[in-house]
Ligand binder design. Structure first.
Ligand SMILES: *Cc1c(COP(=O)(O)O)cnc(C)c1O
Length: 372
């Protein structure tokens, strides 16, 4: 048996004729930066996310970084980030010269705890940067409330949340600006690196358009010291094809998640907890277990691929050595790093494979019971 964690080749195969025709058209157009495909994708993704503006950029990290810069965040400022996230969330803050200030998640949902934010606010705090982790929206209303009360901006990291809904409304414009990654493994993935921001704030959208293009609106006229961070038309063409299938593919993921949740109940695994006011898109299906490493080894021996999102929390990474963090300082994030395991999940995962994963997990769980 061989069940991969995620099969990107199978995803490509399913849309191969349409993807190749769109990419070929783009290649033959003679237009390789900006232009029709990028404009069209920006319009379509803005419509999809129910927002007014979308600006394509080179990748998700740049989307976060340019969004922070567009909101005027820089040296000496503090930005509140989750203690449990992919390191890109923190790096975007650091790259602006600002300081990431970690706040712990709600343990059951793994998302930023609105109740812990106020204690982390200082006179230097400029923004709150929640992440919709694993495809499940963070509790954004109380986060925005805290931000408004203290005059802070809200930037959402939606790199794992394409299509997810919070209280019925799609992620895309709850906060001031929302950053997206189209890294190939994301629910809406390009054929390489790509990213975007969405916002209902025309001024922020405009600033990001200028920042992504050398600080220039008119060729060879530079208003600010900008960057080169553009979404290329070949990626935009591929993304336009895949956007049409996003809802259907998210529905397939939700079916798999529902099956895991029913079948793994009572196995001793801690399963994802979904508040009734969110509609997740199951970028990942993450279970927790105190003997995670043993669990992962058993699955691997059975030919089942899993991943850990993420094995080392940002504050314990060497990259943030010397920033004053210590082991034990963020116990929820640290416990998650030791206990989380992402099961195979994706729109091309076959029902028989899902059942095989479940069978192995049920068997392993039984063995854990008897050897405890
Ligand atoms: C993937 C991801 C990013 C970064 O996106 P890239 O396109 O790889 O730069 C940022 N934040 C989170 C939570 C992610 O999962």
């Amino acid at each position: 048996m061989k069940i991969p964690f995620l099969d990107l080749g199978a995803a490509y195969c399913e849309l191969q004729p349409e993807l190749e025709s769109a990419v070929l058209t783009s290649l033959r157009s003679g237009w390789y930066i900006g232009g029709h495909e990028v404009d069209a994708f920006e319009q379509e993704f803005a419509a999809y996310t129910e927002t007014q503006h979308c600006v394509g950029v080179a990748n998700g990290l740049d989307a976060l970084r340019l969004a922070l810069l567009a909101m005027g965040i820089g040296a000496g400022d503090e930005v509140i980030v989750p203690s449990n996230t992919y390191i890109a969330t923190w790096l975007a803050v650091s790259e602006c010269g600002a300081v990431p200030v970690p706040v712990e998640p709600v343990e059951s949902t793994c998302n930023l705890d609105p109740g812990r934010i106020e204690a982390a606010i200082t006179p230097r705090t400029k923004a709150i940067l929640p992440v919709h982790l694993y495809g499940q929206p963070a509790d954004i209303d109380p986060i925005v409330d805290v931000a408004r009360k203290h005059g802070l901006r809200v930037l959402e990291d939606a790199a794992q949340a394409h299509g997810a809904r919070y209280k019925g409304k799609r992620i895309g414009g709850h906060g001031d600006v929302v950053a997206w990654s189209f890294y190939p493994g994301k629910n809406l993935g390009a054929l390489g690196d790509a990213g975007a921001i969405t916002t209902n704030n025309a001024d922020i959208a405009d600033r990001i358009r200028v920042l992504r293009n050398y600080g220039s609106r008119v060729k060879y006229v530079n208003e600010v010291q900008g960057y080169n961070s553009r979404l290329d038309p070949v990626q935009a063409a591929a993304l336009r094809v895949k956007l049409k299938y996003l809802d259907e593919w998210n529905t397939r993921r939700a079916r798999i998640a529902a099956r895991y949740t029913v079948a793994l109940h009572g196995t001793g695994l801690i399963l994802p907890s979904v508040p009734e006011w969110v509609e997740p898109i199951w970028h990942l299906y993450v279970v927790r277990h105190p003997q995670r490493d043993r669990l992962q080894k058993s699955l691997s021996e059975a030919g089942i691929g899993t991943l850990i999102h993420y094995p080392i929390p940002p504050h314990l990474q060497q990259a943030y050595e010397g920033c004053g963090f210590a082991a034990g300082q963020f116990p929820i994030a640290e416990r998650m790093a030791n206990q989380v395991l992402s099961l195979p999940m994706g729109p091309q995962l076959q029902d028989a494979d899902v059942e095989a994963v479940i069978a192995v997990l049920q068997d392993v769980a039984r063995r854990f019971e008897t050897t405890r």
